[in-house]
Design a protein around this ligand. Structure first.
Ligand code: AIR
Ligand code: ASP
Length: 287
């Protein structure tokens, strides 16, 4: 691997400088963490599966007009993405009660919500990603009213699309987390893009028939079989061959390396929709 500049190392990914200006490389690690990294493990193959699942889902979202940062997969663990200014907000959409919603409000896990619930968390590990309201976001300047409106509209649209898509492969989309980023155009106009990743690390997916958990809760709750569940998701999406890419706890490098590339052609041709906000004098620096 060539010597390239490391930009940021997170819990599940490493960000390197990209191959061209305005791009970054996302490297998907095999590390699994939960409860703000108080629980850790290395799960062979997780990075390969999440890289592929996220690439595919972002590409599918592009087909309905959601602009994403994803450009193309580079190899089994890495993808090229557009460099954006990450908005320090985690947007969570819930369709069925689970996780912190149940702990916080005493709801029964599995309760179907009468409408999708949207929540925001401030992306700050030192503070354990506290839950915040729209008023916090605007008052503290993390996003303005126009950006927030766009984020909410995109999030519901993504939820509707992914719900249907997962239903088609026998999975319920219980909840998931999104992150968005700002991209400034050549005239200083602003675009919002879906960023980060969408994978079983940040979605809850239950089997339609059995309600079996097919996501990171297998790790959080010590249910075992995490990598098998992730493989099952990738397999149902048609992203890996039947039988998977893991053999006896190790990744079958040959099969993994032979997986086709995912190229987001739409991301190059797509006409972004500007939200007409001029670039501030001093970009960045927020959050
Ligand atoms: N999430 C939130 N922060 C990090 C992640 N991965 C995702 C979880 C879950 C949803 O957001 O994976 O799908 C809601 O999480 P919770 O813990 O608030 O119930
Ligand atoms: N990824 C976060 C953490 O490490 C939260 C979670 O997914 O539970 O700790």
């Amino acid at each position: 691997m060539v010597n390239r500049r490391l930009i940021h190392e997170g819990k599940a990914k490493i960000i390197y400088e990209g191959t061209e200006p305005g791009t970054l490389i996302q490297y998907f690690k095999d590390d699994a963490t939960a409860f703000n990294a108080r629980k850790k493990a290395t799960i062979a193959g997780k990075g390969v599966l999440n890289n592929r699942i996220s690439a595919h889902l972002m590409m599918r979202l592009e087909t309905i007009g959601i602009p994403t940062h994803f450009l193309k997969s580079l190899n089994m663990r890495e993808q090229l993405v557009r460099e954006v200014e990450i908005i320090p907000i985690e947007v969570v959409i819930r369709n069925i009660a689970a996780g912190s919603l149940c702990t916080r409000l005493g709801m029964k896990e599995g309760t179907i919500l009468p409408q999708p619930l949207i929540e925001y968390y401030y992306k700050k590990d030192e503070l354990n990603d506290p839950m915040i309201s729209e008023s916090h976001i605007m008052t503290l300047g993390w996003a303005d009213v126009y950006e927030l409106e766009e984020i909410v509209a995109m999030s519901y649209r993504i939820n509707d699309y992914l719900n249907g898509m997962f239903a088609g492969i026998g999975l319920k989309l219980v909840d998931f987390k999104l992150e968005f980023g700002r991209l400034w155009g050549e005239y200083g106009e602003l675009y919002l893009l879906l960023a980060d990743e969408i994978s079983p690390d940040n979605c809850r997916l239950w089997d339609m028939e059995t309600n079996e958990k097919m996501d990171k809760d297998r790790f959080r709750q010590d249910l075992g079989g995490m990598i098998e569940a992730y493989q099952q998701v990738a397999e149902r999406l048609g992203l890996i061959p039947k039988g998977g890419i893991i053999e006896g706890g190790n990744i079958n490098e040959q099969v993994a390396a032979g997986l086709g590339e995912i190229d987001n052609e739409l991301a190059r041709e797509r006409r972004l929709r500007s939200i007409n906000k001029p670039k501030p004098q001093k970009p960045g620096g927020k959050g």
